[in-house]
Design a protein around this ligand. Structure first.
Ligand SMILES: CC[C@H](C(=O)O)C(=O)SCCNC(=O)CCNC(=O)[C@H](O)C(C)(C)COP(=O)(O)OP(=O)(O)OC[C@H]1O[C@@H](n2cnc3c(N)ncnc32)[C@H](O)[C@@H]1OP(=O)(O)O
Ligand SMILES: [Co+2]
Length: 145
Protein backbone atom coordinates (compact mmCIF):
# COMPACT_ATOMS: atom_id res chain seq x y z
CA UNK A 1 0.00 0.00 0.00
CA UNK A 2 1.24 3.58 -0.62
CA UNK A 3 0.74 6.30 2.03
CA UNK A 4 -2.21 8.42 0.82
CA UNK A 5 -3.19 12.04 1.45
CA UNK A 6 -3.85 13.01 5.07
CA UNK A 7 -7.54 13.81 4.66
CA UNK A 8 -8.24 14.99 8.21
CA UNK A 9 -7.11 15.02 11.80
CA UNK A 10 -9.95 14.05 14.15
CA UNK A 11 -10.21 16.16 17.28
CA UNK A 12 -12.68 14.97 19.94
CA UNK A 13 -14.36 17.70 21.93
CA UNK A 14 -16.99 17.89 24.69
CA UNK A 15 -18.35 21.02 22.96
CA UNK A 16 -18.37 21.60 19.21
CA UNK A 17 -19.51 25.17 19.86
CA UNK A 18 -16.53 26.01 22.08
CA UNK A 19 -14.09 24.31 19.70
CA UNK A 20 -15.52 26.15 16.67
CA UNK A 21 -15.04 29.46 18.48
CA UNK A 22 -11.40 28.46 19.19
CA UNK A 23 -10.61 27.59 15.56
CA UNK A 24 -12.35 30.74 14.33
CA UNK A 25 -11.23 33.30 16.95
CA UNK A 26 -7.87 31.96 18.16
CA UNK A 27 -6.62 30.11 15.10
CA UNK A 28 -8.15 32.40 12.49
CA UNK A 29 -9.75 29.60 10.47
CA UNK A 30 -11.16 31.06 7.25
CA UNK A 31 -13.61 28.28 6.39
CA UNK A 32 -15.66 26.60 9.08
CA UNK A 33 -18.30 24.27 7.67
CA UNK A 34 -21.75 23.63 9.12
CA UNK A 35 -21.94 20.97 11.89
CA UNK A 36 -23.92 17.82 11.08
CA UNK A 37 -24.99 14.68 12.94
CA UNK A 38 -23.74 11.21 12.02
CA UNK A 39 -26.03 9.13 14.28
CA UNK A 40 -24.82 5.86 12.73
CA UNK A 41 -21.29 6.76 13.87
CA UNK A 42 -22.33 8.25 17.22
CA UNK A 43 -20.84 11.68 16.58
CA UNK A 44 -21.74 15.25 15.72
CA UNK A 45 -19.16 16.48 13.19
CA UNK A 46 -17.86 19.80 11.95
CA UNK A 47 -15.01 20.26 9.45
CA UNK A 48 -12.62 23.21 9.60
CA UNK A 49 -10.48 23.84 6.51
CA UNK A 50 -6.76 24.55 6.59
CA UNK A 51 -5.26 26.44 3.64
CA UNK A 52 -4.37 24.34 0.61
CA UNK A 53 -3.00 24.79 -2.89
CA UNK A 54 -4.64 25.59 -6.24
CA UNK A 55 -7.79 26.86 -4.58
CA UNK A 56 -8.49 23.63 -2.71
CA UNK A 57 -8.30 23.25 1.06
CA UNK A 58 -5.54 21.35 2.84
CA UNK A 59 -5.90 18.66 5.49
CA UNK A 60 -9.06 19.38 7.45
CA UNK A 61 -9.64 19.44 11.17
CA UNK A 62 -12.58 17.13 11.92
CA UNK A 63 -14.18 18.20 15.19
CA UNK A 64 -16.25 15.38 16.71
CA UNK A 65 -18.59 15.59 19.71
CA UNK A 66 -20.25 12.50 21.25
CA UNK A 67 -23.80 11.90 19.89
CA UNK A 68 -26.01 9.46 21.79
CA UNK A 69 -25.22 7.21 24.71
CA UNK A 70 -23.38 4.65 22.58
CA UNK A 71 -20.94 7.08 21.02
CA UNK A 72 -17.50 5.44 20.52
CA UNK A 73 -15.85 8.60 21.85
CA UNK A 74 -17.46 8.72 25.31
CA UNK A 75 -14.53 6.70 26.66
CA UNK A 76 -12.02 9.10 25.11
CA UNK A 77 -13.78 12.19 26.51
CA UNK A 78 -14.05 10.55 29.96
CA UNK A 79 -10.26 10.08 29.90
CA UNK A 80 -9.64 13.47 28.26
CA UNK A 81 -12.37 15.83 29.59
CA UNK A 82 -11.05 18.80 27.57
CA UNK A 83 -10.97 16.64 24.40
CA UNK A 84 -7.90 16.24 22.20
CA UNK A 85 -6.30 14.67 19.15
CA UNK A 86 -8.36 11.54 18.50
CA UNK A 87 -7.44 10.03 15.12
CA UNK A 88 -5.79 10.62 11.78
CA UNK A 89 -7.46 9.81 8.48
CA UNK A 90 -5.60 8.87 5.29
CA UNK A 91 -7.10 8.47 1.82
CA UNK A 92 -6.78 5.29 -0.27
CA UNK A 93 -7.99 4.53 -3.80
CA UNK A 94 -9.62 1.21 -2.83
CA UNK A 95 -11.02 0.60 0.68
CA UNK A 96 -11.21 -3.19 0.30
CA UNK A 97 -7.61 -3.54 -0.91
CA UNK A 98 -6.52 -1.35 2.01
CA UNK A 99 -8.49 -3.45 4.52
CA UNK A 100 -6.87 -6.64 3.16
CA UNK A 101 -3.44 -4.99 3.50
CA UNK A 102 -3.83 -4.16 7.19
CA UNK A 103 -5.42 -7.54 7.98
CA UNK A 104 -2.54 -9.31 6.22
CA UNK A 105 -0.18 -7.41 8.53
CA UNK A 106 -2.18 -8.67 11.53
CA UNK A 107 -3.55 -5.22 12.39
CA UNK A 108 -6.96 -5.06 14.10
CA UNK A 109 -9.42 -3.52 11.63
CA UNK A 110 -12.37 -2.26 13.67
CA UNK A 111 -15.57 -3.42 11.94
CA UNK A 112 -16.52 -3.49 8.28
CA UNK A 113 -16.13 -0.47 5.97
CA UNK A 114 -19.04 1.94 6.49
CA UNK A 115 -19.91 5.38 5.15
CA UNK A 116 -17.99 8.13 6.91
CA UNK A 117 -18.31 11.90 7.23
CA UNK A 118 -17.30 12.59 3.62
CA UNK A 119 -19.83 10.08 2.25
CA UNK A 120 -17.26 7.47 1.21
CA UNK A 121 -16.39 4.11 2.84
CA UNK A 122 -14.09 4.23 5.88
CA UNK A 123 -12.70 1.89 8.50
CA UNK A 124 -10.48 2.27 11.59
CA UNK A 125 -7.37 0.36 12.67
CA UNK A 126 -6.78 -0.12 16.38
CA UNK A 127 -4.35 2.40 17.92
CA UNK A 128 -2.41 -0.30 19.72
CA UNK A 129 -1.42 -1.74 16.30
CA UNK A 130 -0.72 1.65 14.72
CA UNK A 131 2.03 3.26 16.74
CA UNK A 132 -0.48 4.48 19.32
CA UNK A 133 -2.55 6.41 16.77
CA UNK A 134 -6.16 5.50 16.05
CA UNK A 135 -6.00 5.42 12.25
CA UNK A 136 -8.91 5.95 9.92
CA UNK A 137 -8.70 4.87 6.29
CA UNK A 138 -11.05 6.55 3.85
CA UNK A 139 -11.73 5.79 0.21
CA UNK A 140 -11.00 8.92 -1.84
CA UNK A 141 -14.04 10.67 -3.28
CA UNK A 142 -14.06 9.64 -6.92
CA UNK A 143 -13.94 12.69 -9.24
CA UNK A 144 -17.32 13.19 -10.91
CA UNK A 145 -16.78 12.56 -14.68
C1 LIG B 1 -16.73 7.70 10.94
C2 LIG B 1 -17.19 9.10 11.05
C3 LIG B 1 -16.06 10.10 11.15
C4 LIG B 1 -15.29 10.16 9.84
O1 LIG B 1 -14.21 10.74 9.80
O2 LIG B 1 -15.84 9.66 8.81
C5 LIG B 1 -15.14 9.78 12.31
O3 LIG B 1 -13.94 9.81 12.25
S1 LIG B 1 -15.96 9.33 13.74
C6 LIG B 1 -14.66 8.98 14.93
C7 LIG B 1 -15.26 8.25 16.09
N1 LIG B 1 -15.38 6.82 15.80
C8 LIG B 1 -14.42 5.98 16.20
O4 LIG B 1 -13.45 6.35 16.82
C9 LIG B 1 -14.63 4.53 15.83
C10 LIG B 1 -13.36 3.71 16.09
N2 LIG B 1 -13.01 3.77 17.51
C11 LIG B 1 -13.21 2.70 18.35
O5 LIG B 1 -13.69 1.65 17.95
C12 LIG B 1 -12.82 2.91 19.81
O6 LIG B 1 -12.65 4.29 20.07
C13 LIG B 1 -11.48 2.19 20.19
C14 LIG B 1 -11.63 0.69 20.01
C15 LIG B 1 -10.33 2.71 19.35
C16 LIG B 1 -11.19 2.51 21.65
O7 LIG B 1 -12.36 2.21 22.35
P1 LIG B 1 -12.45 2.56 23.91
O8 LIG B 1 -12.01 3.97 24.13
O9 LIG B 1 -13.82 2.21 24.41
O10 LIG B 1 -11.47 1.50 24.48
P2 LIG B 1 -10.36 1.65 25.54
O11 LIG B 1 -10.53 2.84 26.39
O12 LIG B 1 -10.28 0.32 26.21
O13 LIG B 1 -9.03 1.82 24.64
C17 LIG B 1 -8.27 0.71 24.29
C18 LIG B 1 -6.84 1.21 24.20
O14 LIG B 1 -6.76 2.14 23.10
C19 LIG B 1 -6.38 3.42 23.60
N3 LIG B 1 -7.14 4.40 22.86
C20 LIG B 1 -8.49 4.57 22.86
N4 LIG B 1 -8.83 5.57 22.02
C21 LIG B 1 -7.66 6.03 21.49
C22 LIG B 1 -7.34 7.06 20.56
N5 LIG B 1 -8.31 7.82 19.99
N6 LIG B 1 -6.04 7.26 20.23
C23 LIG B 1 -5.06 6.49 20.78
N7 LIG B 1 -5.28 5.49 21.68
C24 LIG B 1 -6.58 5.28 22.02
C25 LIG B 1 -6.71 3.44 25.09
O15 LIG B 1 -5.88 4.35 25.76
C26 LIG B 1 -6.44 2.01 25.44
O16 LIG B 1 -5.04 1.86 25.57
P3 LIG B 1 -4.44 0.85 26.68
O17 LIG B 1 -2.97 1.08 26.63
O18 LIG B 1 -4.90 -0.51 26.22
O19 LIG B 1 -5.11 1.30 27.99
CO1 LIG C 1 -12.60 10.89 11.01
Amino acid sequence: MKLGRLNHIGIATPSLEASLAYYRDVMGAAIVHEPFDLPAQGVKVCFVDTPGENGTHGTQIELIEPLGENSPIHGFIAKNPAGGQHHMCYEVPDIHAAKAWFEKLGKRVLGEPRIGAHGTPIFFVHPRDMNGVLTEIMETLKEAH
